[in-house]
Design a protein around this ligand. Structure first.
Ligand code: ADP
Length: 880
């Protein structure tokens, strides 16, 4: 058994500190991985596994990736949820005594990616910290490419659910938790399934109050955390401190662009649970998980990626504060009416690059000269934007105008310093303008002069030797030389010194040539170094102004969203809603913003809605499949949501009393991957609604109780209507689409319940959908007609008609009607006294048994038949 080679010992020492990470160990032009890291990486990246002598008996498994293309490999690993530590050579190998010093310079985890090629430019990539104890929960999250850092805390009985909803809304890529935290596995698993995230345990010291407070004070250079309004916010302090600690630990650079902590109250936003966000297809479709077909797809008319990211946040966080909503709506109105201003501003924004992410490159020191030019060109339009807004601002635009900094100094600095069309590399020169620096300018003239002298020498020598084809050339080995073709050698003077012989020519040098060469080459070398230093100087100066740039970027992002709202409202005929606290939702000729766009040949039929907290609290909506029930329900929810994010709405008129939450229970969304049956999912969505809704909520129910037997389902649906519509219990505004026509019995018996149906016209044996919502219950389901439209074979359709006819004539129908009457009679009592007796659905069973007894024909039965019948009946009676 041998001894580890010194380099492998160095590797082992470093790996020991970064056990949880795949260690990319820099060796020359490669990053190498060893041992288990190598095995894993070669499998995941499909690269060859080799071996390297490490001093021990056996070779160490090894695989490597070239340093210049490492980003894409790192990206793939991180995307799969792995964490990578980058270990670089931190001294010049030519200067090193013994083994080159190496250190981990950066850690890349799913939540801390900064490479733009690995990120989606239109959404944020969040890292989150989570902390809980017996009294509360705190979460903090940050996008380290934009410098955003937010925190909130949860207290009270329902805190766990609220926190989970919030986490799902934020959808972080990575959650950092205290390594000692005992969480429940199933919660984590659930979150992982839904959000595709990784959990990272971090040392518990980071989650200690004192440590967290200290790091916040140090990072923001403040005397007390009170400056951020963090007094009494123990949980926020812990998680905000811990997130800074973790980011420092992984990034290893001071994160200047994280310039404030945004402490928000999650109650300031409309709460949208995960079911609702998915069901309403806010940012992606339910099935395809695509943007196309979602609300975001329709309303995204932003011109910058900063705007696109902000829009996504706004859609997921509608406001509940009337003033805040109106501030946005007033701005949209101004931009809607002033078409010229809107067009001009949008054109200007199209010239802007991603200022936020460019800023982060400056912070991380990964910025190149081309990025600087992109930054300059983006900043160039800022004063023009500000100027256009001057004297015209209203609502939110007032704040935006204030926050936009013209940044003329930053523009001037980059403009003076950086070449217009610089190369990507920073260490090969050509990036700094001559006039920016005296020394640079002198060195450059030395080169130009030198080159001129060379040309002079060339023409002088041609004349004196009479060799017309003589020329001065350059190569890396011999430097500058004079080249003469073989046929002219005889005319070469003695002063030339021969250096190289080629097939057809000879190359010579002479002292004068060498002198100039030294000047030129010396100058070139100096220039490259000087330019690099000057570039870093400029970068550092810009870094000093980074917070102004980021504040401006954020203001411009909001402007972009508001402009987009005005644009979408203009082109799709949206109108400004009135917002108040009336508890009413009144829509005239409202449309579904997405279905309207994809309706194709069929014109979208607009519909009205009037919901209030009194007579019109609860719509029971019936009508055949495909009539447009779901569309109608969602259109109401989306109109409310659009209004509360500050956008105009697809309706001729709208007055919206702010709602605190929208709940939806739509269709049979399959959560089978979570191991729950469809019915179970349906019931847990329903229980979430009944447990969390308030009088100010809007509830959308698209079918409940369908996943079980008819009687079970109807009973549940019925009881739910009673529960929600009763203002003593809930009294939330509700739209309920259902197949249970029986529920229409409830109008007139429960206060606030109204029947509606989506009208259809019968034409012979077929039906035509009119898409108009009208008062009253549907009298038929038209299931067979719809099945016919869907193309079921005629034999099946005809046979179904015969069976339906028989069923309708049998006494089952009559019997059901009798029972319903009986139940309806108990409704009035239930709604008066909720603690009273529940309706006894099991009457159904006793009736069934009586009916069965009536049908028994004893004369025709064998004794065995009679025994069997009796046995069955007794069994049924026992179950009652
Ligand atoms: P239901 O829920 O009653 O089964 P949907 O709401 O799913 O019906 O509507 C079925 C289809 O009818 C939709 O995909 C849409 O294409 C069309 N549709 C619905 N409402 C309208 C409307 N108001 N105007 C035009 N087409 C509509």
């Amino acid at each position: 058994m041998g001894k580890l080679t010194p380099m492998m010992k160095q590797y082992m020492d470093i790996k020991e500190q970064y056990k949880e990470y795949i260690l990319f160990f820099r060796l020359g032009d490669f990053y190498e991985m060893f041992f288990s890291d190598a095995k894993l990486a070669s499998r995941e990246l499909e690269i060859a596994l080799t071996g390297r002598d490490c001093g021990l008996g056996e070779r160490a498994p090894m695989c490597g990736v070239p340093f210049h293309s490492a980003d894409s490999y790192i990206g793939r690993l991180v995307d799969k949820g792995y964490k990578v530590a980058i270990c670089e050579q931190v001294e010049d190998p030519s200067q090193a005594k013994g083994i080159v010093k190496r250190e981990v310079v950066r850690i890349i985890t799913p939540g801390t990616i900064i490479d733009p090629t690995m990120l989606n430019e239109n959404s944020n990539n969040y890292i989150m910290t989570y902390f809980e104890d017996e009294d509360g929960i705190g979460i903090a999250y940050a996008d380290i490419t934009t410098g955003e850092l937010k925190t909130t805390e949860f207290k009270g009985k329902n805190r766990k659910n609220q926190a989970l909803d919030e986490i799902m809304k934020i959808n972080p890529r990575e959650i950092v938790i205290n390594e000692n935290f005992k969480y429940q596995d199933n919660e984590i698993e659930k979150l992982q399934n839904i959000c595709n995230l990784v959990f990272t345990p971090h040392y518990s010291r980071a989650f200690k109050y004192k440590n967290a407070e200290d790091i916040i004070k140090k990072h923001f250079n403040i005397f007390s955390v009170d400056s951020f309004g963090l007094q009494d916010k123990k949980y926020s302090i812990i998680v905000a401190g811990a997130i800074l600690d973790y980011i420092y630990d992984t990034q290893k650079v001071p994160l200047k662009h994280i310039d404030k902590i945004d402490i928000y109250n999650h109650n300031n936003f409309m709460i949208l649970d995960k079911f609702t966000r998915r069901n309403l297809e806010l940012t992606e479709t339910l099935r395809g998980k695509e943007k196309k077909g979602s609300l975001l797809w329709v309303v995204d008319k932003t011109c910058t990626s900063m705007g696109a990211r902000t829009l996504k946040q706004w859609i997921e966080e509608p406001l509940v504060n009337i003033k805040g909503i109106n501030a946005r709506l007033d701005s949209v109105e101004l931009l809607y009416e002033d078409i010229l201003l809107r067009d001009e501003l949008r054109e200007l924004l199209k010239n802007m690059y991603d200022l936020e992410r460019l800023s982060s490159k400056i912070v991380y020191g990964t910025v190149n000269a081309r990025d600087m030019i992109a930054l300059k060109n983006s900043i160039k339009v800022v004063p023009v934007i500000k100027d256009k807004l001057k004297g015209k601002v209203k609502g939110e635009l007032i704040n935006i105008f204030e926050e936009i900094d013209e940044l003329r100094d930053v523009f001037a600095l980059i403009d003076e310093a950086i070449e217009e069309d610089p190369p990507l590399a920073l260490k090969e020169g050509g990036i700094i303008k001559s006039k920016f620096n005296q020394e640079l300018s002198e060195l450059r003239s030395a080169i130009t002069d030198g080159k001129k002298w060379l040309m002079d020498i060339e023409s002088r020598e041609r004349k004196s030797t009479g060799i017309k084809t003589l020329k001065v050339g350059f190569n890396k080995i011999f430097g500058y030389y004079i080249e003469v073709t073989k046929s002219n050698i005889k005319n070469v003077p003695d002063t030339y010194i021969r250096k190289q012989t080629l097939a057809n020519s000879e190359r010579y040098i002479m002292p004068e040539l060498k002198e100039i060469e030294d000047k030129i080459l010396g100058a070139e070398e100096k220039i490259v170094k000087l330019e690099y230093n000057l570039f870093n100087e400029v970068r550092n100066k810009v870094l000093g102004e980074i917070n102004r740039i980021i504040t401006t970027a954020k203001a411009i992002a909001r402007l972009d969203v508001l402009l987009g709202f005005a644009e979408v409202s203009f082109i799709y005929r949206f109108n400004k809603p009135g917002i108040n606290d009336s508890k009413k939702i009144e829509l005239k000729n409202a449309r579904h913003p997405v279905v309207e766009r994809v309706a194709g040949d069929e014109m979208f039929v607009p519909n009205d809605t009037l919901l209030d907290d009194n007579e019109n609290r609860f719509y029971i909506i019936t009508g055949p499949n495909m009539a447009g029930k779901s569309t109608y329900l969602r259109q109401v929810a989306l109109n409310v949501l659009l209004a509360q994010i500050g956008c105009f709405v697809p309706a001729d008129e709208a007055v919206i009393g702010v709602v605190d939450r929208i709940f939806t229970r739509v269709g049979a969304s399959d959560d089978l991957f979570q191991g729950q049956s469809t019915f179970m999912v349906e019931m847990s969505e329903l229980s979430n609604i009944l447990n969390n809704a308030t009088q100010n909520s809007l509830i959308i129910l698209d079918e409940i109780g369908r996943g079980t037997s008819t009687y079970d389902g109807l009973s549940i649906a019925w009881a739910v209507v009673e529960y929600i519509s009763n203002s003593d219990i809930l009294g939330a505004k509700t739209l309920f689409a259902t197949h249970y026509h029986e529920l229409t019995e409830l109008e007139g018996k429960l206060k606030g319940v109204k029947n509606y149906c989506i009208s259809v016209k019968e034409v012979g044996d077929d039906i035509v959908f009119l898409r108009k919502i009208i008062r009253g219950g549907a009298d038929q389901s038209y299931g067979i007609q719809v099945a016919k439209l869907a193309g079921l074979p005629n034999e099946v359709i005809d046979r179904a008609r015969i069976i339906l006819d028989k069923l309708e004539k049998s006494d089952i129908a009559q019997e059901n009607e009798d029972i319903l009457k009986e139940i309806s009679m108990t409704v009035e009592e239930t709604s008066k006294d909720t603690s009273g007796e529940q309706i006894n659905f099991f009457n159904l069973n006793s009736n069934e048994i009586i009916e069965e007894l009536k049908k028994v024909n004893i004369i025709n039965m064998t004794p065995i038949d009679a025994m069997n019948k009796l046995y069955n009946l007794v069994e049924k009676v026992r179950k009652i």
